[in-house]
Design a protein around this ligand. Structure first.
Ligand SMILES: CC(C)(COP(=O)(O)OP(=O)(O)OC[C@H]1O[C@@H](n2cnc3c(N)ncnc32)[C@H](O)[C@@H]1OP(=O)(O)O)[C@@H](O)C(=O)NCCC(=O)NCCS
Length: 176
């Protein structure tokens, strides 16, 4: 059962669906392509340990992670998720998202970001949080457009492999 069907700016049809354990090898391939770009994500190295991935998935599901994958023509082109924090932060979720290079700037990121604002609200969470590199103006723009606001930054928190720095901008969205 597909969760939602979305039409992109170029007419591509995207199916959004909840991540299943059997999706992990394909999801990791797409994630690794974004890691290889070297600009947007924390990891310097591709994910190779699929056993650890499966443990990550099981832990995530147990802790209330909600993860949507986006598919075009049956192939995964991206994913987005919220991860509930624990204890005195149980009212807070962290948001994350990535889209394969060839499907960017078509409205999918905005759609997924908005979708998770709605999902978090419906599930009774009060705050969404994320962080984004100061060099990633597209992501920053999308988050602001969807209601997040900058609430702080760590200066030069990120050092890319070429030696250049970026600040890590902290963003939050307070629901109601
Ligand atoms: C960030 C990301 C999720 C956004 O998703 P997307 O599908 O590409 O975004 P959308 O098509 O919905 O929207 C892109 C918006 O950014 C704007 N944009 C594009 N490049 C931009 C730039 N360099 N500076 C500012 N805005 C930019 C577009 O004009 C568009 O704005 P509009 O809808 O107001 O016209 C996606 O590009 C991505 O996965 N990037 C690589 C991984 C990543 O950065 N993950 C997030 C880490 S915090």
């Amino acid at each position: 059962m597909v969760y939602k069907r979305v039409t992109l700016k170029d007419g591509h049809i995207v199916m959004l669906d909840w991540l299943k354990k059997s999706d992990l090898p394909e999801l990791v391939q797409v994630l690794n392509s974004v890691i290889r770009e070297g600009e947007y994500l924390f990891m310097n190295n591709e994910i190779t340990d699929m056993e650890e991935e499966r443990r990550w998935y099981e832990r995530g599901i147990k802790n209330g992670m909600l993860y949507l994958v986006a598919r075009v023509g049956g192939k995964i082109v991206g994913g987005a998720s919220i991860h509930p924090r624990t204890d005195k932060q149980s009212h807070v979720v962290g948001f994350g998202i990535f889209i394969q290079e060839s499907y960017r700037n078509l409205g999918l990121g905005t759609r997924l970001t908005r979708e998770f604002v709605e999902i978090a609200g419906k599930r009774g969470f009060e705050i969404l949080q994320l962080s984004v590199y100061s060099t990633n103006m597209r992501a920053f723009h999308v988050y602001r457009k969807c209601g997040y606001r900058e609430c702080g930054r760590f200066t030069r928190d990120i050092k890319f492999l070429d030696g250049k720095y970026a600040d890590r901008i902290l963003m939050e969205l307070l629901l109601n």
